[in-house]
Design a protein. Structure first.
Length: 145
């Protein structure tokens, strides 16, 4: 399937418009500055840049299960993430954490993520790089893991 590239000028105008919208959202208090910066990063997927993502403000609030089975909300169920994930299954747990970091609300992150497990799973590839940078800037204990 052939695709027509976006003319360079049009792409630059779209990025400038996106930056303006992000700055307005930050100024209005609707978006955190670090998330706005990540959303403007060209390394972030277009879909994620358009739809955003959440990051909790306190890593200590991540009190999700560290053992047993985790019931996954329907909006986070994917082919690689079933409705129930066993914390004893490292591959399934990795996929659940990937999805929750990218698509979960801050409330879902608090309920589903466990700070100790997050620290043990934290490594490149767990989320898109701009998302990981926001987490690492808010929670330095994740950086360099």
């Amino acid at each position: 399937m052939n695709s027509t590239p976006i003319p360079r000028e049009r792409g630059e105008r779209a990025r400038a418009a996106q930056r303006d919208r992000l700055q307005q959202a930050v100024a209005a208090g609707r978006l955190a500055p670090d998330i706005a910066q990540a959303m403007a990063d060209p390394a972030l997927s277009r879909w994620r840049a358009s739809n955003g993502f959440a990051v909790v403000t306190d890593i200590e609030a991540l009190t999700g299960p560290s053992t047993g089975k985790i019931q996954v909300p329907g909006d986070l169920v994917r082919e690689a993430v079933p409705a129930e994930v066993d914390t004893a299954d490292p591959a399934a747990l990795w996929e659940l954490y990937r999805v929750v970091l990218a698509d979960g609300t801050a409330e879902q992150q608090v309920i589903l993520l466990n700070r100790t497990l997050l620290k043990s799973l934290w490594r490149p590839g767990l989320a898109e790089e701009p998302i990981m940078r926001v987490w690492e800037s808010r929670f330095p204990e994740l950086a360099g893991r």
